[in-house]
Design a protein around this ligand. Structure first.
Ligand code: PLP
Length: 534
């Protein structure tokens, strides 16, 4: 059976090793009614990781359940081909219903704990959504003048917080116009700008560095990595702080997490109070930064609530969280079409009308592979070991191992080899064969299985950059030119980071309204390219 990517409402998988289906390979089961059960989410909770590529729904005796990948859950009620047939690709599509779902979680967190949640604009700053988001959030968090202004203009009745690694003399007066809270990164900056800020009636804060790393393997996202410029360590605080300067302060700020759960916050909070508890006791508020993956399925919300409630009770501090991702997680898509298909060293390469370098720069910077509707990302490092526990396990166990290892957080880099090994063997068993060997990173495609080989495509952009590659994906059919593909989780760190390298146009931005209307928010033209250049 061959299905068009956009025809299907759920991910069509090859049969599970334990599923008995007659007929020759490849077996693609006809699309069954999609039952999105909460099982994935529940299981994830114990695993601490989301079913980000939540693929195979498991087989429960006679009942087959299939989970639409979690990033696309909100689209399950639509015929995707129909929905997007008139959009000009590439384009981003913001999903109003998904924002509301995230917003509800964040709102109830605030109501239950008294903590305030701000949108970190660096992750998502499409202000068309700001009136909606202001119903759920306490305000915005900016990284400098322009974001502060945007927050003030587009969420006018809400709080504007600004943190910058270093404020500029020629901007600070204007920052004061928009900000309610100003957080400095050094005692020197606090001494320099704090008195003016305080005089202007602003809440003045200092970012501290609790020197507690809870993430491994990607220093680029770890503000506590040795040598970090972000935040004042206790040693420096003691050396540079004086009484007069301290009197300017009304709060402290730390930001140490990245796509992490509440257990990492718990560790950080302990380190913070060990190092700065005596200081915090004398102040009014504490901002605990971003990186809290609060709206991710399986996130430990009860623990977060407990942490917030206990700190407030013990220290009387007003608490702030400023997540970016959690506000817009899984709330956007990037639609693209296949412009051409070329071949090299055994690879099928689809040249898309979107560019990783221009439209999803994090894919190259991190690097990571974004979720793609009805396709499975694959990397080069793993081999399928048929003797793994996953292959030998029951269906229920298999499902667990799929979702537990299936995490693909945006910033955390590509799916881990271990994760892929089990996930792929679970999903594809021996069918997968050599397909996952040596496919990424320039090695020839050594997949000897003609079926998987013909359905594995390297997705790449139209720019001149040889590395403008999104990655290798296994499809349930052979891709064709002009086909529509849909990347998921594309609201965060995408639109706000895009560029026109090679003169490639910026993608249009659509809003998928709750009622199913698709509204064009913004289109770009040659003028947007030229206007920035002279
Ligand atoms: C100071 C600060 N606050 C908040 C955030 C938002 O983080 P996230 O989008 O991961 O929640 C960041 C991200 O780098 C940050 O540097």
């Amino acid at each position: 059976m061959q299905a068009k990517v956009a025809d299907v409402a759920c991910f069509q998988q090859p049969p599970h090793p334990h599923e008995h289906i007659t007929g020759a390979l490849p077996h693609f089961v006809a699309v069954l009614p999609v039952i999105i059960s909460s099982e994935a989410d529940c299981d994830c909770k114990t695993m601490g990781r989301p079913p980000l590529y939540g693929l195979w729904g498991g087989v429960n005796r006679n009942v087959k359940r299939r989970h639409m990948q979690v990033q696309f859950k909100n689209l399950e009620k639509y015929n995707i081909e129909e929905l997007f047939k008139n959009v000009k690709t590439p384009c981003y599509i913001l999903d109003e219903a998904a924002f509301m779902k995230n917003g509800e979680i964040l709102k109830s967190l605030q109501e239950e704990t008294g903590a305030k949640v701000l949108l970190a604009e660096k992750a998502f700053s499409n202000f068309t959504l700001f009136p909606l988001l202001s119903q759920y959030l306490a305000g915005t968090e900016a990284s400098g003048l322009f974001e502060a202004r945007l927050g003030r203009e587009e969420m006018p009745d809400k709080e504007v917080h600004v943190f910058s690694a270093a404020f500029r003399d020629d901007e600070f007066a204007e920052v004061l116009k928009y900000a309610d809270h100003i957080v400095f990164n050094s005692v020197h900056q606090l001494k320099k700008f704090g008195p003016i800020a305080k005089k202007a009636g602003k809440e003045v804060g200092l970012r501290i560095n609790p020197e507690c790393s809870t993430q491994e393997g990607h220093e680029i996202y770890d503000p506590c990595a040795p040598g970090s410029r972000l935040g004042v360590t206790r040693e420096v605080f003691d050396k540079e702080m004086d009484k007069e300067t301290f009197s300017l302060l009304s709060g402290l700020h730390f930001h140490t997490l990245c796509e992490q759960d509440a257990d990492a916050l718990e560790i950080t909070v302990k380190a913070f109070f060990r190092k700065f508890g005596d200081v915090a006791k004398k102040l009014k508020w504490l901002n605990m930064g971003g990186g809290h993956h609060i709206t991710r399925p399986g996130y430990n919300l009860p623990l977060l609530k407990k942490i917030l409630t206990e700190i407030h009770k013990k220290y009387g501090l007003q608490l702030y969280l400023e997540p970016g991702e959690a506000v817009a997680l899984n709330a956007g898509y990037l639609a693209t079409r296949v412009l051409d298909i070329v071949h090299n060293s055994g690879h099928n390469i689809a040249v898309l009308d979107m560019s990783a370098a221009c439209h999803t720069p994090d894919v190259i910077e991190m690097p990571y592979m974004p979720p793609l509707l009805n396709a499975c990302p694959i990397t080069d490092t793993e081999t399928v070991d048929p003797s793994t526990e996953a292959n030998a396990s029951s269906d229920a166990q298999s499902f667990k191992s799929v979702i537990s290892h299936d995490a693909q957080p945006h910033k955390s880099g590509a799916t881990t080899p271990d994760a892929l090994t089990e996930t792929m063997s679970d999903l594809f068993g021996d069918v997968f064969g050599d397909a996952i060997d040596d496919i990424f990173g320039g090695a020839p495609n050594t997949d000897h299985n003609p079926v998987t080989r013909s359905r594995t495509f390297r997705l790449a952009g139209p720019s001149c950059l040889a590395g403008d590659v999104i990655g290798n994906y296994l499809f349930d059919h052979v891709l064709k030119r002009d086909e529509l593909l849909l990347f998921g989780d594309m609201a965060i760190y995408s639109i706000c980071k895009n560029n026109t390298f090679n003169g490639i146009p910026l993608p249009s931005i659509y809003l998928l309204k709750q009622d199913g209307d698709l509204e064009l928010i913004k289109e770009f033209s040659y003028d947007d390219f030229k206007g920035r250049l002279g």
